[in-house]
Design a binder for this molecule. Structure first.
Ligand code: HEC
Length: 165
């Protein structure tokens, strides 16, 4: 009985893995900013030597390097213009709404951080608005985003990991 319940619960979790906020249909109006990752310009494949990068960047590469042969590829960081000051100041205070996007340009996927009551919510959408959230541990579940974005002490401040470069 318990086993059956667990199987059903697991399947249900997989079926209903979903983003924590709605698709930001105005994402093309966000501004691209220079950050360490934006300067590198791409997420590499799993053979890249990233040993000189901070741990959080090494884990980011390890999490996503195998998504496709050659790695995830070109990326840019986009910020909603209404939150550019907060992003630049890195003060951890954000207005409500979709605020920052890690745009995986080759994969045509948006990693979106949205704020509600100054709390970060994590979402994964295709460029055209399909919810691309997946099971926990896949790297595409809001809880996976949260674990890394809060797991490196002061590196990320209230959801924001990048610093202007
Ligand atoms: C293993 C760690 C890790 C995971 C998992 C991760 N991120 Fe990040 N994320 C980072 C790092 C590091 C940066 C900063 C990169 C830069 O611009 O230099 C970043 C940047 C971002 C940015 C740009 C704004 C910012 O915070 O700097 C967004 C938006 C973002 N991630 C959303 C997500 C979402 C949504 C997920 C889940 C699908 C996710 N991330 C998963 C480490 C991670």
């Amino acid at each position: 009985m318990l086993r059956k319940f667990l199987i059903v619960a697991t399947m249900t979790a997989a079926l209903f893995a979903s983003s924590e906020s709605s698709y930001p249909s105005d994402w093309k109006s966000f501004e691209s900013v220079n950050t360490p990752l934006a300067t590198i310009g791409a997420l590499p494949d799993c053979n890249a030597d990233v040993s000189s990068l901070p741990d959080i960047y090494q884990e980011t590469v390890a999490t996503y390097c195998a998504v496709k042969p050659g790695g995830p590829g070109a990326v840019e960081i986009l910020v909603n213009s209404k939150a550019k000051d907060s992003f630049n100041k890195r003060d951890g205070i954000f207005p409500d709404g979709a605020i920052m996007i890690l745009h995986l340009k080759d994969l045509k996927v948006l990693f979106v951080t949205t704020y509600k009551g100054n709390k970060p919510l994590y979402s994964i959408y295709t460029e055209d608005g399909q919810d691309a959230a997946n099971v926990e541990g896949s790297g595409l579940n809001p809880n996976d985003c949260r674990t890394c974005h809060t797991g490196y002490g002061a590196f990320c401040l209230n959801g924001q990991c990048a610093t202007l470069k």
